[in-house]
Design a binder for this molecule. Structure first.
Ligand code: FES
Length: 103
């Protein structure tokens, strides 16, 4: 595994959201109510971008079909049609003044 720095800590704020491509991984780093998370950037249902998702109560809602996933575990919490896989949640790694991921 290798460490990939994603963002300087000084650049983070509530409402921050940015997508990254690291190898074959499409990632979305976001901060909501002081909590920083790194999620798979596309919905496991039909692959829609989660860039403009609604985030509330530690869950994220895909804008296309309104499926809801836990931001903590990635678990599928609500599906309006056929179920899909859970969302991948990545562990964050902090090194000096940056946050990143081990992949
Ligand atoms: S593509 Fe996200 S809910 Fe269908």
């Amino acid at each position: 595994m290798q460490y990939y720095p994603l963002e300087q800590l000084i650049n983070l704020y509530d409402g921050y959201s940015r997508q990254f491509r690291v190898g074959s991984h499409s990632l979305m780093l976001l901060q909501h109510q002081g909590r920083l998370r790194l999620l798979q950037s596309h919905c496991p249902h039909r692959g829609h971008s989660l860039e403009h998702s609604l985030i509330s109560n530690d869950s994220i809602q895909c804008p296309l079909h309104a499926y809801v996933f836990s931001c903590d575990s990635g678990e599928l919490l609500h599906a309006s049609a056929e179920p899909c896989a859970d969302l991948t949640v990545y562990a964050l790694t902090y090194e000096s003044s940056a946050v990143g991921v081990m992949l």
